[in-house]
Design a protein around this ligand. Structure first.
Ligand code: FAD
Ligand code: 5PR
Length: 369
């Protein structure tokens, strides 16, 4: 008997879940509330662990083709080098940067190849623990497994009344993509985490995403209404980061500000419903592992379903096996967000890199290409 999953949300978690299930003989239908399938205009970092998952999902080759592999990740605070980490060379961790749309398209293509069904303009309002997905249209869809991959404001999660802690932080990021302009070659091919702590604390995570595109994650406290504003005030930011003025002046009204937040669920499942990705474990982006953990756990869920006789047993095994690493990563990301310790080059220790070094369930050490 073919088993069937109904999935809320065609983000990274929903697509990864659907692909991994279809690869294992399930059918899967994903419901996306938006009319169009696309990711918003920012960049994203994917560490080794996430790359392994993408390989297992059949999306790695397409991701590699068009992603950027910076040779170095630096932290510079008030002009002083705080860390200088080689990446992407033999003996070092891999950390690719790309646009969200690039990653998303590679996953969408992989999903279509394995027969994932995607319904756009299909809003989910909740779920039933016996395996039902509830749509805004009134439809109730039965399934062997329901997955809530509907992001940080998950309606599936909330409809189940799963106990949850939510935390918001003082800082957030304006994220923006822009042409690299004159900032190319040499040090401008590095990822550079620029911090300025004099007068006001601001930060720009300067991230090449390819030959021509630059991603900037611009951190400002929510309370700094001048810096957290869109359109970006090129003068305020250039005063702290004069080297970046040529690109800061090109931003126009682009960018989106999101506050750091964290949600911790008591359980990632109830009955035949699993909660995957940000809906289960949103975390501050300080370790760049939100999507990495989301797709690891999506794959891990399909692996657990393969190893057990019932969905309930699989959900228990899945959480027991996968949750400790995500909890660890979320805790460390939260500490870094609250303390601003990244300004002293603090992320590159065994604690911070534990997820990046992990070989996820359902993956093999050797990449296929
Ligand atoms: P989402 O990406 O939020 O997807 C949820 C999907 O569900 C969306 O398509 C949404 O439209 C849909 N949806 C929502 N509600 C409904 C509904 N009711 N019915 C139907 N569909 C619905 N992670 C990294 O790994 N690396 C990074 O560099 C990184 N940088 C980040 C920077 C910032 C500032 C932030 C805030 C996060 C960052 N992350 C990063 C985290 C990463 O973006 C998230 O962890 C990841 O997007 C989670 O994927 P998801 O599929 O769980 O949720
Ligand atoms: N580090 C990385 C990152 O992508 C972000 C942060 C830290 C690699 C956000 O994009 O602190 O926000 C951060």
């Amino acid at each position: 008997m073919t088993r069937h999953a109904e999935i809320a949300g065609a983000g990274f978690a929903g697509l990864a879940s659907a692909i991994a299930l279809c690869q294992r003989g399930w059918t899967a239908r994903v419901h996306e509330t938006n009319r169009e399938l696309r990711a918003f205009g920012a960049g994203i970092f994917i560490w080794d662990n996430g790359l392994h998952v993408l390989d297992s999902l059949g999306a790695y080759k397409a991701v590699l083709d068009g992603a950027f592999a910076a040779p170095v990740y630096e932290t510079r605070t008030d002009g002083e080098c705080k860390s200088y980490q080689p990446i992407n060379s033999p003996g070092h961790l891999r950390l690719l940067t790309m646009t969200r749309q690039h990653l998303y398209q590679a996953m969408l293509d992989a999903a279509r190849r394995v027969g994932v069904q995607i319904e756009t303009d299909s809003e989910v309002v909740g779920a039933g623990v016996d395996g039902e997905l509830h749509l805004a249209s009134g439809a109730r869809l039965g399934a062997d497994l329901v997955i809530g991959a509907d992001g940080v404001r998950s309606k599936v999660r909330d409809s189940l009344g799963l106990p949850m802690d939510r935390h918001r932080y003082q800082d957030g990021l304006v994220r923006v993509l822009t042409p690299r302009g004159p900032l190319k070659g040499g040090e401008w091919d590095h990822v550079i985490d620029f911090w300025a702590t004099q007068r006001r604390t601001l930060r720009i995570l300067y991230t090449p995403c390819g030959e021509d595109l630059l991603y900037m994650a611009m951190m400002a406290p929510l309370a700094d209404t001048q810096a957290a504003r869109i359109p970006i005030d090129a003068d305020i930011w250039s005063e702290q980061f004069p080297q970046l003025r040529p690109v800061l002046e090109t931003l126009g009204d682009r960018g989106r500000y999101d506050l750091y937040e964290k949600t911790v669920l008591q359980s990632w499942s109830k009955g035949k419903v699993a909660i995957v990705g940000d809906s289960a474990h949103a975390m501050p982006p300080t370790l760049a592992q939100g999507a990495g953990c989301a797709i690891m756990n999506a794959l891990g869920l399909a692996v657990a379903l393969d190893e057990t006789d019932t969905v309930e047993a699989a959900l228990a095994l899945w959480q027991q096996r996968e949750r400790p690493l995500t909890d660890h990563t979320q805790r460390r990301a939260a500490e870094l967000a609250a303390s601003r310790q990244l300004a002293s080059g603090m992320a590159w220790d065994d604690v911070g890199l534990k997820a990046a070094r992990h070989l996820p369930s359902g993956t093999v050490a050797q990449f296929s290409v």
